[in-house]
Design a protein around this ligand. Structure first.
Ligand code: GLA
Length: 745
């Protein structure tokens, strides 16, 4: 289900422990399945060579799903024991494996994760596989050839041994040490404080040594803070320390933590970017945000809550509403249903004691909905299959409270809500984590928000839950009766229904079937295709009625994943248009986890600015993938910058194109409806860099005023070009300020 992403240098590293035996090369591969392939004596000479570190799809096995085996012959020298102080266990680091694996050493099973039924209890597919054995284990053949055989199951999308850390090593003390960094940074004026913890997973050992904390300005490499402290800790006695540093300006800094263990002198290292907030606080005066256009179909129940910020209470008005729609002046929710086709020009008004704001808003009553990309939340990147009614409600409450004023509205339940069996009428029913789906939908609508759900055209979803195969109309009716507003429809096990080498028609078929089913329901249900970009879906997604389509495999919270996906969207870009958008997958900011336990995104703050800026430039649906009840100030700053969100929500619905690339710098530019351009200058390199844009390259006049969208500040007027420093993996997001601009009629 994953997509290969080029692994860039990552300055957030978990540890710096060298591997003793390299195993990154020399693997053999075969699709199919046989228990014989685990055996050391099996002759694999005829098998194909394969690279690990990228999925098999990119190595000649396009669209292959199912079982496949990897085999490696490797000598494990006994001398590697000498490198370890502990001399207790050996570790096989086999990277991440998509979806599930069983690993055999010399014919005997030594570890497994996930598997055919993708059992989440055994861990998610995007986890590093590190299997360990005692040094005395008779399955290891010291100083002789060993055969590692990996049986892989992939249920859909990309598969195989696709990324991560590879090697065989004898474990040492540092393997039992973890640097805990999950506490949020605290800010007080120029002072930043952060609590970190040294933790041990060893039942046997106590540790002591030195902890060095360093903060560096990455643009000058100057060290701006340094501290060394003694630390001792044991399994139930972590060493916790809060450091406090004065940081002179609101910009990118990197903190590094190095623990040197006293007995071995080995080091464990962790680096992280320090968040810095660019989005100005919203004014207490009223301001209306959200898109300029909004589509609605015949007979569909209408719900649009005017997104406004400003001190409460706010009184709302809407002048020129079409017949059939009514405004609740206290909440700003417009409900009802539109009766006659047409474009309705409405003036939205929000008033508080400090002033009055107005906004022109066009309700387009026709056949198309989702005229601008969806802004919402989805449960997958945080909760994975552990999503529940309570978690969905908690997110909805937070969205209503903190984000709805900026235009966010969808609350989408991903995989894991379905019961194991349909009811006696063949209807899909939720499992016990969702006691009453209709009540949940009513609850979310009561907050002025919309609600989405997830299914598959196959018999099973990617998580092994029930899909809609042969129940499409029935499921669409059920969604309609509950009050669903959004359907994500995920190919998954449909791979077993479709022919082995699907034609374009085969790719389209299940989506056409569900499109027809949704058309029969009297609700506006946004239709989001999820089939990882197969058959260049962007070329035909619109014509078969997709409101968005995933262009890639699944994202994760690494720079390799984010940049690999985000910067490869120039091909699909020309196909984005109002009502039909490319979807480079959901956001990985805030606390994510794909299961019950969450962690802070591993993306640095600059990588997160890149993420949001690029997704807005691409006119991507923005689906927040974090636990909304734990939104920290930095994440909120990323999600509530109205000028940045306006780039995503621009009514022209175009995607940015890559207009310039040199060394590590890429410039992406998006045409906006007002005649201006939004411009992202990205630095994909791991060092801060100076970058320029030439106005002529962007078809912009030689004399040009520019605005910094994150800071919401005018930068002045420039001649011919603009130059700026761009942080490592970071961005400068600009908008041109042309004097004469087009206006929507
Ligand atoms: C696939 C999709 C993900 C998510 C999971 C659920 O991997 O691409 O976004 O919906 O399935 O199982």
């Amino acid at each position: 289900m994953h997509k290969f992403l080029f692994a860039f240098f990552l300055f957030i590293s978990a540890s710096a422990i060298a591997q003793d035996v390299a195993i990154a090369q020399g693997w053999k591969f075969k699709t199919g399945d046989s228990s014989q392939w685990a055996l050391p004596g099996f002759d694999d000479k005829e098998w194909a060579a394969i690279k690990i570190g990228e999925p098999w799809e990119s190595q000649g096995y396009k669209n292959y799903d199912g079982f496949a085996w990897y085999r490696l012959h490797v000598v494990i020298p006994s001398s590697i024991k000498e490198k370890s102080f502990l001399k207790e266990r050996i570790k096989f680091d086999l990277g991440k494996i998509d979806d599930g694996d069983e690993v055999y050493l010399n014919g005997m099973l030594i570890g497994k994760n996930g598997g055919r039924n993708y059992d989440i209890k055994q861990g998610p597919y995007d986890a590093q596989r590190s299997y360990t054995l005692s040094l005395n284990d008779s399955r290891i053949l010291w100083d002789k050839e060993n055969v590692i055989a990996v049986r892989v199951w992939d249920g859909g999308g990309d598969g195989g041994m696709y990324e991560g850390k590879y090697g065989i090593s004898v474990m040492d003390v540092v393997d039992y040490i973890h640097i805990g960094t999950n506490e949020d940074f605290q800010f007080n004026g120029q002072q930043v404080a952060k609590k970190i913890a040294l933790q041990s997973t060893s039942d046997k050992y106590d540790f002591n040594g030195k902890l060095r904390i360093t903060i560096e300005d990455p643009s000058t490499i100057a060290v701006v803070f340094k501290q060394t402290i003694g630390a001792d800790f044991a399994k139930n006695r972590p060493f916790e320390y809060t450091y406090r540093a004065n940081l002179p300006s609101n910009k990118s800094y990197i903190a590094s933590y190095v623990f040197e263990e006293s007995r071995t002198k080995k080091e464990i290292i962790f680096s992280e970017g320090i968040p810095y907030i660019l989005t100005p606080r919203p004014s207490p005066k009223p301001k209306i945000n959200g898109p300029d256009v909004y589509g609605v179909r015949a007979n569909a129940p209408f719900l649009y809550k005017i997104p406004a910020t400003g001190e409460k209470p706010i009184a709302y008005d809407a002048v020129g509403l079409p017949k059939g729609l009514l405004l609740d002046k206290q909440t700003g929710a417009i409900t009802g249903s539109v009766l006659a086709k047409g474009n309705y020009k409405v003036k939205l008004v929000a008033k508080n004691k400090l002033g009055t704001a107005t906004k022109k808003f066009t309700i387009v009553f026709g056949d198309l909905i989702g005229l601008t990309p969806a802004l919402g939340w989805n449960s997958w990147n945080c909760w994975g299959l552990s999503v529940s009614d309570e978690k969905v409600k908690a997110s909805a409450n937070q969205m209503a409270d903190k984000l709805a004023g900026h235009g966010w509205s969808y609350i989408n339940i991903d995989d894991g809500w379905q019961a194991a069996k349909r009811n006696e009428n063949g209807e899909i029913v939720p499992n016990k984590k969702f006691p009453d789906m209709k009540a949940l939908c009513d609850y979310v609508h009561g907050l002025g928000l919309k609600i989405g759900i997830y299914s598959s055209p196959g018999p099973q979803t990617c998580g092994g839950y029930l899909g809609s195969y042969q129940h499409e109309e029935q499921d669409a009716r059920t969604y309609g009766a509950w009050g669903i507003d959004y359907l994500k429809y995920d190919w998954c096990s449909y791979g077993n229904i479709a022919p082995k080498n699907p034609s374009l028609d085969d790719y389209k078929k299940p989506y056409i079937v569900m499109r027809d089913a949704l058309n029969k329901v009297d609700r506006d249900i946004l239709f989001s295709f999820c089939q990882y970009g197969m058959g260049d879906v962007w070329k035909w997604g619109a014509e078969i009625g997709g409101n968005s389509w995933r262009t890639t495999g699944d994202i994760n919270d690494s720079w390799g994943s984010l940049s690999g996906i985000g910067f490869s969207q120039d091909g699909p870009a020309p196909f984005a248009q109002p009502g039909h958008f490319n979807d480079p997958d959901m956001l990985v900011v805030g606390k994510v986890g794909w299961g019950p336990s969450l962690h802070n995104t591993k993306l640095s703050p600059d990588e997160q600015y890149t993420h949001i800026s690029l997704w807005c430039l691409l006119s991507a649906p923005l689906l927040i993938g974090c636990d909304m009840s734990q939104l920290d100030d930095f994440t909120l700053n990323l999600l509530t910058n109205d000028e940045v969100l306006a780039v995503d929500q621009d009514a022209m619905g175009k995607s940015a194109r890559k207009v310039f690339e040199k060394n590590t710098i890429q410039v992406w530019a998006k045409e906006l409806e007002d005649g201006n351009k939004a411009i992202g200058i990205f630095n994909l390199g791991d060092k801060a860099a100076s970058a320029s844009i030439n106005f002529a390259d962007l078809n912009l006049p030689s004399q040009l005023a520019l605005r910094d969208l994150w800071r919401q500040q005018n930068l002045g007027t420039f001649k011919n070009s603009f130059t700026s420093s761009v942080p490592a993996h970071g961005v400068v997001l600009l908008k041109s300020r042309l004097a004469t601009v087009k206006k929507r009629e």
